[in-house]
Design a protein around this ligand. Sequence first.
Ligand SMILES: Cc1cc2nc3c(=O)[nH]c(=O)nc-3n(C[C@H](O)[C@H](O)[C@H](O)COP(=O)(O)OP(=O)(O)OC[C@H]3O[C@@H](n4cnc5c(N)ncnc54)[C@H](O)[C@@H]3O)c2cc1C
Length: 550
Amino acid sequence: MGDPSTARDVVVLGSSISALMTAAWLKHRQPELSVTVVGPRVGEEQRPVVGESLVEPAILFFLELGMGPYLEARHELKNGLTFYHKLAPDDPSDRRYSVHMPMDELYHRARQLHRPAFDIELARVARRLGVEFVEGRASEVEVGRGRAEHRVRGEDSAHGRGFEIEASFVVDATGRRRLLGRQVTRYLRPDQAQRSAFWFRLADFDPLLPGLELSWRRPARYDLWLSTHHFMGKGNWIWGIPLRGEGGERLLSMGITWRPDLFEGDIRSIDDFLAQAEGEHPAIAQMVRSGRVLDAQHYRNYLYKAEQVYSGDGWFLVGDAAGSVDPLYSTGLSMTVVQIEQIDEIIRRRRGPGISNAEIGDLQALWMMIAGLRQADIGDQYRTMNDPFHACLRRYWNLCGWFNGVLPLWFNGYFSDPAAARVLRRFFAAGVGSTQAAWALFEGVSKQLGTVDQSDFDRLLDFDWLINRRFDCRPEEVRKHLSRLLWKRARLRLNLISMAGPRHLSGQIAPLVREFILAALVRTLVFRHPALRGVGVQRGVPGRAGSARS
Ligand SMILES: Cc1cc2nc3c(=O)[nH]c(=O)nc-3n(C[C@H](O)[C@H](O)[C@H](O)COP(=O)(O)OP(=O)(O)OC[C@H]3O[C@@H](n4cnc5c(N)ncnc54)[C@H](O)[C@@H]3O)c2cc1C
């Protein structure tokens, strides 16, 4: 960008993944906007990167930006999330695991991001769409109130001079630095249920899966290695994300996340990680020892979240500037996609028909509710992670909600419509009691069954039936998917009661009745609500994600 003192519609602070996603999307959806990204030169910064596993909203987002062929050529295929539960959790030498994953291929398969290569390509896409870049750092944001312009000042390191940009909208994507966020809102840090993580990238390693004794309902119809792997432990879980390196070589992003109040010990080095893995999953320790560690990072007690993420004054906080996440289920970047689409809608309305502060508040509250419920569920799951049956049930319940509820609604734009957001918040809030009753049922049944083996898992409802591969439906079909969600969850309760006996009915009758009645109402009455009629969004999703056609 030539002129360092100039006016723009949008300034995005930061030049990492959330910033680039926001800037590219705004130009893609509203090409008439002038958008400037302010941050270090993309790809040159030394900072912790993970190697993210994408799930549905994020992969469809990048496909709509036209990145399908690049992702296919450069980044590893991801079939789904695969979970390994030890059948004898207290015996380190026991290598028997019950494995749970979609057994048939997902319709929209995703990719595993090898960063920072991915960021460099995303910056290229953003540039091609017309995003301008200032290489440097912002040092100060003067927030304009009401419709007044914001002013961003800082140092343009490429030209060795200061800059000042005036903008109608400013997006803070400065990650944990939270340059604007710290100025405009408060951040809450949970005292309990904090999270810590240690992760590294591994090269030249021996394969992991042959070292395990795996059992499953039926084998996956794809290469199981090409998934995001989750090994459940006591107050912790370990992930493994296969990546493709610069020259196409096989790499692995591996890490452990734990709840410090439930996990004995601390992990700050590879040696600590190996000692931990020896005690729970010796095959993982063996694989890591066989390879070469490229880099390692850790975060301690890293959870926080902003009290406010959008304002009628025209500022927004996205990605880690809005809050940090526990990566179980890999929804971090997907929840950022939801935010970016909301921001796009707020800016569109601000420049067109108008949007009230209350409507902005409705969008914000819905995003916070979905993100908050997901994170609260994950946090609570640490209590049960090394109880194979219990942990498995908690996940079945969660992913049933994700595929049958969250995804069809997201796909059709309900999360970016303020009136729909207000109604949906009530819908999600009303489900909290039933979910807690289900958790109590899972706990009771798991206790009763005690030590389980694969045959116990085989008596559960089929996971492939509980999820929903074709959430990419038409708006008029959303009600059908939501109704199925309630029906499937009720069936899961009945499945457990029939497995473990009628004494588990107590506490379940009211939620069961509610689920059956709501399943019928959602199909018929609920979507006659004026706020839910007429919502729909055009998505440029080119065929099946992850396939040669994408
Ligand atoms: C352990 C772990 C595993 C994860 N796994 C997954 C996963 O599998 N899938 C998934 O979807 N998500 C995952 N996530 C979440 C995801 O990685 C994060 O949400 C994402 O990396 C956040 O990116 P960001 O751009 O918001 O922040 P960052 O990547 O931290 O970027 C912030 C940027 O702002 C810049 N900046 C800072 N200060 C200034 C300034 N003053 N001026 C200009 N620029 C500035 C920085 O230099 C940096 O470039 C994981 C997170 C963690 C912690």
